[in-house]
Design a protein around this ligand. Structure first.
Ligand code: SF4
Length: 754
């Protein structure tokens, strides 16, 4: 079955006309990103030559996808919007809540018990609102989207930061918060600052031990975790055409680590073939017929410096494998320099666990290449020195990897296959002895490696590499092992060298039952009841946030001045807390508990100005809220980087935080704060961060005059009686100011449907 073929047909039918009209209006050669963005303008959006990185534009994405951890809050919000069904095709995927502990079967069974009420809620809400529901075990959201929903030239949003994975099939796919998903599901325009464009030309061809993953590991190192912010990364060149569709997906997936809005590749044969083998030949034909509209114009490829805001080239023939980390995905080290880096930085050299798979790297190509290394190792009499874990991205992939003997090979070398779910990639790994907080090293082919992300242990040094390199390193047991140059000693004491990996892009015997685990919305009478258990501590109906009362925020105590990196994992931790993602009251007890307090360098310990004592952040925030005041949060650069989780914005709103003032924001988090009615402000002079003191009371003034581009006067009242005035800025446009005034963006939709 091809999902939503009618919608896809309609899109391609209009595409040529839309692009022709666009050419007349813009009168310049078009990049692929521009073609897709302009052909998805919302009905009321005026067309003009939008300034990249400046103009806010309303879009009409084709579809929405949500994973279970974020879908709960998104659905709870959608329920307040007053709609009967979603305006665009939407899907929900149960992948984040499955604990990786005792192997796939047992873990799935226990997830069905522990998460029953959440799955019942999501499944019933999907039925009511005509949303496709993918049961636990069916697979991870991005893999399922690539296998079933993505189409070249389309535009989608997803409540998960790695939604850009669908760029591997030529789609503009953007990670957003649940409130954004509600906009699209409710049929209103979805607003985005028109992205800047980064062009990356890939020349040459991958060879030997390098793979698509190494391209994005290098790009993340080049751009850093902030360099892609507000931009679409568009890849092209002959090197791109040699890459498989799933390899392209890997690059787009991990592009999220640069802060990029999304990444994309132009339509080519690899996409055509992937569509065909996944049962979507009709879509492949439609894309083929529209090919010229699914690639950039020839002039763009000829003079890329003229048409991209930033441009660079990577020669794939010279690229070597990379290992990124620990603790951040942009610390990129070429494998040839790893020995030196390990020594210099004192990283633990022994690797305890190697993990492959996840939504990022579990294609047939990835699995078959990793399996070829394992086969070679077994033939040579080698055993794996590290533990080895495999997380298939979908039931589809798992079943064909089983059918074609790859999983058996992994088992032979001691590998353990986890459920088709996020598991260790999102702190859902019941890793033995993790609570002992031992200093240790692991290496995985996931995309993100912030502190505590896999096992909750802050001393786990997590490194990211391709599945091939992870597999080789797991066999060697050493982070310093370079399979290109080094040898290993086998069980007979003989030195052996691993052969270069070999693999197959697409399964020669095809994919199996593509829809296994899918629940079609039933729409039968009687199915409209949404199930929320009485007294549930996992689900809680939302109460609309209050409107702004029109007054400045005066004398608000500082809740926390966060020091250094403050990702959404620090703001609203995953792992144990995932189970409260549908209960705003309960999950708010994790607010900022991972952030480091600038004044005492501790986590979850801040001064309560009401008592003069140190206490946990959520408790102090509640005390300030309940005293009728609320509070202010201060932070540093790229605040809120990482995932799209809107809990990181709903929690402060719920706990009475009125404003978050930082040196700079990550895009999704800043938008999420605006949507939930919390003021995101940035210091005009970043050094003013240093002026904020622990016992400050803070005024935020001029709110009545909040206007696009206006400055906000902030007065710091120090406890020694001195006051200091500083300036902050914001990125609100007119429509967003209305969100702030209404108390949240959702309040506006809700009122329009009353
Ligand atoms: S990045 Fe990890 S947590 Fe996120 S969807 Fe992929 S596997 Fe799941």
């Amino acid at each position: 079955m091809i999902f939503d073929l009618e919608m896809i047909n309609a899109f391609y039918k209009d595409l040529s006309v839309k692009i022709a009209e666009l050419r007349k209006k813009l009168d310049h050669p078009l990049t692929l990103s521009e073609k897709i963005l302009y052909s998805h303008l919302y009905e009321n959006q005026r067309v003009s030559s939008f300034k990249h990185g400046v103009d806010y534009v309303d879009f009409a994405p084709d579809r929405v996808a949500m994973q279970d951890a974020t879908a709960q809050m998104a659905m709870l919000q959608f329920m307040m919007a007053g709609k009967d069904h979603t305006a665009v095709p939407t899907s929900v995927h149960c992948d984040h809540l499955i604990l990786a502990k005792s192997g796939a079967e047992e873990d799935l069974r226990s997830a069905g018990v522990t998460n029953k009420e959440v799955y019942d809620f999501l499944s019933s809400a999907c039925n009511k609102y005509n949303i496709g529901f993918w049961n636990p075990g069916a697979g991870i959201i991005h893999q399922i989207v690539l296998e079933n929903y993505a189409f070249p030239g389309g535009m989608m949003i997803g409540t998960d930061s790695h939604t850009p994975n669908a760029g591997g099939l030529g789609m503009i796919a953007i990670g957003v918060g649940g409130a954004d998903a509600v906009d699209v599901m409710a049929g209103t325009g979805w607003e985005l600052k028109f992205p800047k464009l980064i062009g990356i030309k890939l020349t040459g061809k991958l060879n030997g031990w390098t793979s698509a993953k190494d391209i994005i590991l290098k790009v993340t190192g080049l751009l850093t975790v902030k360099g892609g912010t507000g931009s679409i990364i568009e890849y092209f060149g002959e090197g791109a055409e040699y890459l498989s569709c799933t390899g392209k997906g890997t690059i787009c997936n991990m592009g999220a680590e640069t802060g990029a809005t999304c990444s994309i590749f132009a339509f080519d044969k690899s996409m055509h073939d992937y569509l065909k083998i996944t049962g979507r030949e009709d879509v492949a034909k439609l894309a083929e017929a529209n090919k010229n509209n699914l690639i950039s114009d020839p002039e763009v490829y000829k003079y890329p410096e003229k048409y991209y805001d930033q441009f660079f080239e990577i020669n794939l023939s010279e690229l070597e494998p990379y290992i990124n980390g620990p603790f951040t995905p942009d610390l990129a080290t070429p494998i040839s320099q790893m020995k030196e880096a390990v020594k210099k930085n004192g990283w633990p050299e022994d690797v305890e666990v190697g993990l492959i798979g996840s939504c990022t790297n579990s294609s047939y190509e990835d699995i078959s290449r990793a399996a070829s290394i394992v086969q070679n190792a077994l033939n040579e009499g080698l055993v794996a020195k590290s533990e080895f874990k495999i997380t298939p991205g979908s039931e589809q992939i798992r079943s064909i990897a089983e059918r074609d003997g790859f999983l058996d090979l992994f088992r032979k070398i001691g590998g353990e296959v986890f459920a088709n779910a996020c598991g260790p990639c999102i702190g859902q790994w019941a890793r033995k002895d993790a609570e002992s907080k031992k200093v240790n090293t692991i290496i995985h082919s996931f995309n993100r490696n912030f502190s505590k992300r896999t096992d909750g242990n802050p001393n786990t040094h997590a490194f990211v590499a391709s599945p091939e390199i992870v597999t080789a390193i797991a066999i060697s047991g050493k982070l310093t092992f370079n399979p290109i140059t080094d040898t290993l000693v086998n069980s007979e004491g003989v030195k052996v060298k691993l052969s270069e990996p070999t693999g197959i892009d697409l399964p020669p015997h095809g994919f199996g039952n593509i829809e296994k685990g899918y629940q079609k919305p039933s729409l039968k009478k009687g199915d409209e009841e949404i199930k929320i258990a009485d007294g549930s501590d996992r689900l809680q109906l939302l109460v609309p946030f209050e409107e702004w009362d029109g007054r400045d925020f005066l004398n608000l105590p500082l809740l926390i001045k966060a020091k250094g990196k403050c990702t959404t994992d620090h703001i609203s931790m995953a792992g144990f807390w995932l189970k409260y993602r549908g209960h705003l009251g309960n999950i708010s007890d994790n607010y900022m508990i991972g952030a480091v307090n600038y004044f005492n360098e501790q986590t979850n310990s801040v001064l309560n100005q009401l008592t003069g004592e140190y206490a946990q952040v959520p408790g102090v925030a509640r005390a300030y809220r309940d005293s009728g005041k609320g509070s202010i949060v201060v932070g540093e650069e790229n605040f809120g980087e990482g995932s799209s989780r809107e809990h990181a914005a709903m929690e402060p709103r719920y706990l009475g935080v009125k404003a978050v003032i930082v040196k700079s924001f990550a895009r999704i988090h800043e938008t999420n704060l605006k949507k939930q009615g919390v003021l995101p402000l940035t210091f005009v002079d970043k050094d003013d961060y240093n002026k904020v003191r622990e016992s400050d009371k803070i005024d935020i003034t001029d709110l009545k005059h909040l206007a696009p581009g206006s400055k906000i006067r902030i007065i710091l009242h120090h406890s020694d009686g001195k006051n200091e005035e500083i300036l902050a800025q914001h990125s609100y446009n007119e429509a967003q100011i209305a969100w702030f005034e209404a108390g949240s963006a959702l309040n506006i939709i809700r009122k329009s449907n009353q």
